[in-house]
Design a protein around this ligand. Sequence first.
Ligand code: GDP
Ligand code: IMO
Ligand code: MG
Length: 422
Amino acid sequence: MANTILVGAQWGDEGKGKVIDVLTEQADVVVRYAGGNNAGHTVLVGRIKYVLHLVPSGILRRGKLCVIGNGVVVDPVSLVEEIQTLRRLGVRVGENLVVSETAHVVFPYHRELDAQREVLKGKHRIGTTKRGIGPAYGDKAARVGLRVIDLVNPERLEEKLRLRIRENNEVLRALGAKPLSFRRVFDDYRRAGEFLKPFVGNTVILLHEMMQRGKDILFEGAQGTFLDIDHGTYPYVTSSNTTAGGACTGSGVPPHRMDRVVGVMKAYTTRVGEGPLPTEHAEIADMLHAMGREFGATTGRPRRCGWFDAVATHQAAMVNGLDEVAVTNLDGLDTMETIKVCIAYRRGRERFDYVPNDAQVLAECEPVYAEFEGWRTPTSGARRWKDLPAKARAYLRAIAELTGARLSLVSVGPGREQTIFV
Ligand code: GDP
Ligand code: IMO
Ligand code: MG
C-alpha cells in the first residue's frame, strides 16, 4: 500500500475511523500522530461498535502494529481505561501497541484549566472537549511538560509533578477553582505509568526499522484540517497540527518517505464546538439528528450540520496535498430532494474562493451554492460504483472535482462492507 497519510478534510468526525479500519487491511503499521483523547473514531465491526480515542483504529485487525506517536498528548489514565475496555471486548492489546516515550502527558490540571478558560471566555468559548488538550500542548511549547518517559519513572514523576502541581494550584486558586491534591494525582499517575510501562518505547527508531523491513505505514489523522492550530479557523481550533505535515513531525518519519495523502470528507459538513461554519443549515441538521445521526463520539454533543463546502475542501486539498479523497456518509443525503454545494463565499460585494483567515470575516460569509438533484434512493446497500444511482455518482464526481483530488473510496454506511472502491 505504501506509506499513506489519512487526514480529515473538514472539521473532524469525517469518518476517519471507518476508513482507517478499511485501509488497515493493506497496512502493516498504523500510527496516530497528533491530538489526544479529544478524538473519537468510531469503527463498526459486525455488531460491535468501538469508539477509539487514543489507540489507533488499526488495533481492531490482527497482526497490525499500532503506534501512538510523539506528536500525541496522552492522558494515561484514560489510555489505561481504553485498553481495558478493548480487552473486555475481546481485542488483543499487547506488543501490538507501542506508545512513544516522548509523547507529552495530560494531567488533571490541564483538564481543569481547559474548563476554567472556557468559562472565562463566556460567549467567545471554543467549545473544547475539556480533555485538557490546549493546556497540555501549551506546556509542551513552554517546555514545562512531562513526557511519557517521565511518567514511567516514579522518582522523576514525583519530583517534576510536585513542582507542576504547585504552580498550577496557584493558577487554579486565582481562578476560584479547587486546587489539586499532589498525593492523589501522583498515586493515579504512578499506577497508570506502571501499567503502561511495557507499552512504552522509542517509536522513531521502531518506525524506521519497520520501513527498512519494507513495511507499509498508515498515518491516522485526528480532528480535521480546519481544526489545525495553523491552518484552521483560529482560535476555534484544537492545539495540534492535524494536517498532513503533522504526520512527519508527530512520528519522526520524514516527508520524502510519504507516498500518498488521503483526505476523508463527508458528503455534507459537520462541526462540533463553536466557530464559523458557513454552510450550516437547520434543515439538514434536523433531518440527520432525527435519524439518530451526528452526535459526538467523545462528548455526545449534537454536531452542527450543513451542506458540502467545496471552498473548504479545495483548500484542504491544497494544504494537505491530497492525492485522493474518500467520501463518507453518502447515505445521509439519500432522502434529499435538492442537494446544495458551496462553491464560493460572498460577504457584501466581496467574493472568496478560499477560506478567509479571520474567523469573524468567515462568520459573516454567505455561501454561494450550486444545486444538484437528489437521487432519493437508499444507497446503503450499494457495494460497487455501478450500484449507485446515476445522480449520486454525478454528485460524487462533482464534489471530488471541486475539491481537486481523485475519488478513491465511497462509504455508504458505518459497516466495513458498506464501502465502495472507485
Ligand atoms: P472520525 O472522528 O472521523 O473517526 O468520525 P466519527 O467516528 O467521530 O464520526 C463518524 C460517524 O459516522 C460514526 O458514527 C461512524 O460510524 C459513522 N459513519 C462513517 N461512515 C459512514 C457512512 O458512510 N454512513 C453512515 N451512515 N455512517 C457512517
Ligand atoms: P476526531 O478525531 C470533531 C473540536 C472541539 C472544539 C475544538 C477544540 O474525532 O475527528 P479541543 O478539546 O481539541 O481543545 O477542542 O476542536 N474537536 C473535534 N471536533 N472531531 C474531533 O476529533 C475533535 N477534536 C477536537 O469540539 O471545537
Ligand atoms: Mg470523531
